[in-house]
Design a protein around this ligand. Structure first.
Ligand SMILES: [Zn+2]
Ligand SMILES: [Zn+2]
Length: 295
């Protein structure tokens, strides 16, 4: 409920009287003339309304303390005036703003500088706080994320797999590889990568495994097995005993003769021995050595 303090026009025989009335009374009978509220005629719309600040703005110098136009008319007048002079009013505002800014430029700069320092300090401290919080709760955070990963491991792995399987992802990867290999540093890095002993062993192991699988012969070996062979043969060819620079992985009993692909059937040969041995069995081979000597 809105209560209004209404100032009534001073009467000759009375001082200012303050009345209170609620808005329902006003809206129900705005223009009636209750005993104690005089009427005032708006000099614009010519309507009679209660001579109160509900309907008229104050104007101290006038006889009754109110403006001649009613509030509705004043508002309409101001709206029309604004609409007619909009550009002019705005331009005047902007011009004033420019004058004000120019006059207070130094003061504003000083204020901004001081203020921005304070703000920077504020943000820095917030950053530091966050950093400190993370550091303080590092263990907990790591444990949480690890637990989450463990609990959802299959989901994560499946998500990664299905992402990698997406045709656009695969095509993008292939394109990236092609692009990298076409560059000089890509070419040399590829060469360098392939020349690494562990990579060569790995590739050789995979090649042989693939061959063995093709022949439906059992047995697999790893690059660790090849490494063990190399060490066992003291890095010498199993047949000619020359120092191995390049080596071939040879099946002692050839795959084509029923040999397996398990590490115990493997030896390392220099390229020339490997080529001359071909698919002969150990006793058929007329080389300098018969079989790989087990150390
Ligand atoms: Zn009016
Ligand atoms: Zn040899």
């Amino acid at each position: 409920m809105l209560w209004l303090a209404v100032l009534v026009t001073p009467q000759p025989d009375s001082k200012k009287v303050t009345l209170t009335m609620d808005d329902s009374l006003l809206s129900d009978v705005p223009h009636s003339n209750p005993d104690d509220i005089p009427l005032k005629r708006c000099s614009k719309c010519d309507e009679e309304k209660s001579a109160t600040t509900e309907f008229f703005h104050r104007q101290n110098k006038s006889k009754d303390g109110l403006r001649p136009y009613c509030k509705t008319c004043v508002l309409a007048h101001e709206k029309t005036r604004y609409a007619e002079n909009r550009d002019h009013i705005l331009e005047r505002k902007r011009a004033y703003q420019r004058i004000y800014d120019a006059a207070h430029r130094d003061r504003k700069r000083a204020y901004d500088a001081a203020h921005s320092d304070r703000q920077k300090g504020h943000y820095a401290s917030r950053r530091d706080q966050a950093k400190m919080y993370r550091a303080a709760h590092r263990e907990r955070r790591l444990a949480q994320s690890k637990a989450h990963y463990v609990a959802n491991r299959d989901r994560y792995l499946e998500r990664d797999r299905s992402r990698r399987r997406l045709p656009e992802v695969q095509e993008r990867k292939r394109a990236q590889k092609r692009e990298y290999r076409s560059r000089p540093e890509g070419k040399s890095s590829e060469k360098e990568y392939r020349s690494r002993p562990e990579v060569q062993m790995h590739r050789a192991a995979n090649r042989q495994t693939r061959r063995a699988r093709l022949r439906a012969i059992g047995g697999t070996f790893t690059k660790q097995d090849v490494q063990n062979l190399l060490k066992g043969q003291k890095e010498k060819c199993a047949l000619c005993k020359k120092k191995l620079v390049k080596y071939h992985i040879d099946h002692i009993v050839p795959l084509s003769r029923g040999g397996s692909n398990w590490p115990y059937n493997l030896q390392l040969l220099c390229p020339s021995c490997n080529l001359s041995k071909q698919n002969k069995l150990p006793h058929e081979f007329d080389g300098s050595g018969q079989m790989r000597l087990l150390s």
